[in-house]
Design a protein around this ligand. Sequence first.
Ligand code: THG
Length: 370
Amino acid sequence: MHPTELVLSPRLRKTAFEDRVFELGIQSFTIYNHMTLPVAFSSNPESYQHLCEHVQVWDVAAERQVEVVGPDALALLELITPRDISTCDVGQCVYAPLADQDGLVINDPLILRLREDRFWISIADSDVLLWVKGIAYGRDFNVKVFEPDVSPLAVQGPKANDLMADLLDDSVRDIKFFRFIEAEIAGTPVVLARSGWSGQGGFEIYLQNSADGLVLWDAVWKAGEPYNVKIGSPNLIERLETGLKSYGSDMTLDDHVLECGFEKYLNLDKTAEYMSRESIERLQKSGIKRRLCHVMAKADPLPGLRERWQVNAGGKMVGQASSCAWSPKFEANLMFAMLSTEVSEPGSVVTVMVNGAEVDGIVCDDRWKY
Ligand code: THG
């Protein structure tokens, strides 16, 4: 690896929780939505094990919100995603990929409906604010679009229910998956949702005033002490086992929504206008040529990726792998790879080129079966 260091300046935005994150011994972070996002606090496998058994607090303030509010808010939301947003209740969030007029993936956010005419788009790493502001202006929608001062703090792991029940009360146990309530913690108003970027269960607390970031952190931390709480971060091993794809790595603006495994979330016949409709219909007719696949390689643990790895089959290139981690659960390397449909069915055998070495892989379904 190259011994380099990222230099922090005001251009790389500070999170509301950053002081605690540094105090608790951050080892590395990445940049996400022009903001720091912690990556790991102990070695990944240790943090993974702890996440699966206990409870962790994650600074995910870099999951920024784009607020859309006003009489045309629903029409604007419907236009930018092929998912049906009209059926989303107030108090519900949905996973809804944003696609442009060519069906290409702009982002894969959660969308929270706060009121009939007020939404938060909780974004992955791309400049959705500019995209949505441009569309609102160009289409003359009667809405306000802005980035509110909102910072999600994730509480993830099997003991998250106990922590949160102690912090608030037992009613939080009844919050259903992808539903949220408004509450107050340590004197600061929050939106509390059952969601988060792991398969281990838990909550996301949306802080609405960065000045209260450390007070909120400390209250959550104190409630977590009986449950062996540790600081954590979105975990590469866990997210591969769970099958969570990361925008910018596993899919980008070069990929079509139908290629990325989003079909199950979409309602392509929804009545509202959406800008990718024609492109999606065209691709449905002609048939897709690539698909984002799960690939398992039963080799020794592979290194991390700086660039995508070429994937071959039958002596020719069939795609590229974009994420990889060694999984203790499957005792294998798990990868996401955008592959030609010739080899995208579970059971297909491929060769992954890892820094000059050939590694055998097998294509799996989204539960890692083949
Ligand atoms: N939480 C919040 N904002 C976010 C993320 C988050 N913004 C960026 C990124 N993560 C958005 N992407 C995802 C992707 C998947 C999920 C959440 C956010 C997710 N998926 C579940 C799954 O695949 O099992 C369930 C999806 C469903 O059934 O609807 O949770 O994490 N605030």
